[in-house]
Write a protein that binds this ligand. Sequence first.
Ligand SMILES: [Mg+2]
Ligand SMILES: [Zn+2]
Length: 391
Amino acid sequence: MTKDYIVFMDFDGTITTKDVGYEMFRKFTEGRTQPVVDLYRRGEVNSYTCLKTECQIWNRFPPAETEVLKYLNNQDFTGGFDRFIEMMNESDIRTCIVSEGFDFYINALLNSNGYPGLERITNKAVYKNGKIIPEFPYLGQGCGECSNCKGFHINRLTDPKTSAVFVGDGHSDFHGARAADIVFARSFLKEALEKTGRNYFEYGDFYDIIEIWKKISSRKLFAFSGRLSFCRASGDRREDFENLWQNGEVMKNVGYPAGLNWNRQQYDDFWETLNNRNFILFAVEDKKGNFLGEAKLSFPGEDNCCSHDVKLLPEYQGKGYGRESWLLLLELSRRRWPESVLEVTPSIDNEAAIELYSSLGFEFDGEQGEWNPPRGTPGAVTVHYRRMIKH
Ligand SMILES: [Mg+2]
Ligand SMILES: [Zn+2]
């Protein structure tokens, strides 16, 4: 299984064209479940209360099982879903359905449509004598509000080095979207993301997702914001990175006013061992694919500190790209290590960096020091720095 991506998908209204669960309850209770769903959609009750109440209403006058099965047999899957799953399997990418719906109808639909082995995490229910007895195995986990928090599962199943992708459409998808690095949204979820300013890809069906996915995978896209894309660094982008590191204007604040001046062997070693490091290196690109610089997402050390970093080519400095890169880094960091402390050590002369860090909430913690270049490094100089941290 590749570690580059993991794909989480909502079920109702995402994989199926209709919100199967919601419409099933509404149809067979003659609309009596609608008021509690309205309360849920307005945020006045949580999904647990909503689902439990829907079951209670259903169980007062349980419909004939044959009618329910007939209804389930008439549900359609969203166009392109089969092709998308095939594509993920071919690329060795793990896919997982995360749903607040109930297993009895989700399993029935997946199994009868040819997906018996597709991984799924759902609520459970015993469906017997027409009654639905719900069980919520993940209740209280994660946010504490959702009956089966998608954010909780995405956080626990995603390796920090992996980009988590989420596809959704509804109210129960907000926490899933917040925990994911790349989001595909339509309907209610799209409207909610519009309000928060979160960037997403819009889709109508899985054929749209497939088209966008081709670009995502060819660029190794990891996450993105309004103007910027973070693309996973690899040897095929080495020329851009090495030009950046050879640029004295870029490197002067970290002690290399004449550029890094590594020899071929040092660079080769770096690219060969890049995947074993305790950070992820990104190419920062604009939407046209121009290389603007690098961003580094660092894993917390033993002291629980993360030292993320951004370096941009001179022609892209002073245009707000540095700030936008940092905001995206902070988001990625918060998703992975919400408890860690962030640390930067700007050179005392680097006023632009200090101003940027201050505006992002970093504060001087009194520690200062000097960094000395390794012996025998041509053109490198001592850097005096002050430490800033952000909790
Ligand atoms: Mg849905
Ligand atoms: Zn939640």
